[in-house]
Design a protein around this ligand. Structure first.
Ligand SMILES: C[S@@+](CC[C@H](N)C(=O)[O-])C[C@H]1O[C@@H](n2cnc3c(N)ncnc32)[C@H](O)[C@@H]1O
Length: 282
């Protein structure tokens, strides 16, 4: 269930979202393919897909030896996958439950990762040091009301010459009706500063239910995302749009590979499912 155009104070929205994300952790611990990470060659599906888009922009084409800050790291499956590429990782999230889970995972795998509990909109002040790469992927900025403030954190965390990478659900996808029999819009594409409020006991992975069902999200068109990064002084290097997604946005989506879903073939070229941006700091 959702209601739109909700005028909500950020402190209240953030606390509400955090309670919901804390509740999702035990469900996701059972649903994410965590055991597979015991194999040192294994990478999460998200990181496996992101690496070929990211590494061409890195010195020597590799994460090896680089300092990487992973924003909104959740339970750490992507974070440890990046660490396995030889990078020194700092994982950032506002959910203490997610960070406890992520930290436990890294310890079990023998990986040394720094974890920082903070609102990502305050990340620059909360995180020590600066970074060759700032990475964030899949299910991130829809939780944030203010992309200018977000982009300022990203730029502030990067060293000169550093690389920012994001892949996420495409804002045009988020405007679609997930329950419809065809591609029709249901939600607004353009922002007006107000939130979309959701009440949902489920989550995108696993069958469990959460006690704190309410969340707040904000729509961000592609232009707003790009302009926020440009406004923070970053240089846009690459913008791509994809046809697959690492979660099942709609029951109509079909599985196209491990951890990968897409619209049925006749709809696949009609609308993007993801965007990927690479930007650098001069
Ligand atoms: C869908 S997960 C993203 C990660 C990753 N793709 C994954 O599935 O592991 C979203 C994460 O964003 C975090 N989050 C949401 N709002 C945040 C905020 N304002 N500051 C920091 N973290 C936030 C949540 O706690 C959650 O761990």
């Amino acid at each position: 269930m959702s209601s739109d155009h909700v005028d909500v104070d950020w402190d209240h929205a953030r606390a509400t979202n955090r309670a919901n994300w804390d509740d999702r952790v035990p469900i996701h611990e059972g649903a994410y393919a965590i055991d597979a990470l015991a194999d040192t060659d294994h990478r999460s599906d998200v990181v496996r897909e992101d690496l070929p888009a990211l590494t061409p922009w890195l010195p020597n084409g590799s994460l090896d030896g680089l300092d990487v800050c992973h924003l909104q790291c959740h339970i750490g499956t992507d974070t440890v996958s990046l660490a396995r590429e030889g990078a020194r990782l700092t994982g950032v999230d506002f959910s203490p439950a997610a960070l406890a889970s992520a930290s436990g995972l890294a310890s079990r795998l023998g990986l040394d990762v720094a974890w920082v509990e903070t609102d990502v909109l305050d990340a620059r002040a909360a995180v020590t040091g600066d970074f060759d790469v700032v990475y964030t992927s899949i299910g991130t900025i829809c939780w944030l009301p203010d992309l200018d403030r977000w982009a300022a954190q990203v730029a502030g965390l990067l060293r000169p010459g550093g690389v920012f990478f994001i892949r996420d659900g495409h804002p045009a996808l988020y405007a679609l009706d997930e329950d419809a029999d065809e591609l029709v819009t249901r939600y607004r594409y353009f922002p007006d500063g107000t939130a979309q409020q959701w009440d949902d006991a489920g989550t995108y992975a696993g069958d469990g239910t959460v006690a704190n069902t309410r969340t707040f999200e904000w729509p961000h068109p592609l232009s707003e995302i790009v302009n926020a990064l440009l406004g923070a002084g970053l240089r846009l290097r690459r913008l791509d749009e994809g046809r697959t997604l690492p979660w099942r946005f709609s029951p109509r989506m079909v599985e196209t590979g491990t951890g990968s879903w897409a619209w049925p073939e006749h709809d696949r070229d009609r609308i993007p499912t993801t965007y990927t941006i690479v930007a650098t700091r001069d």
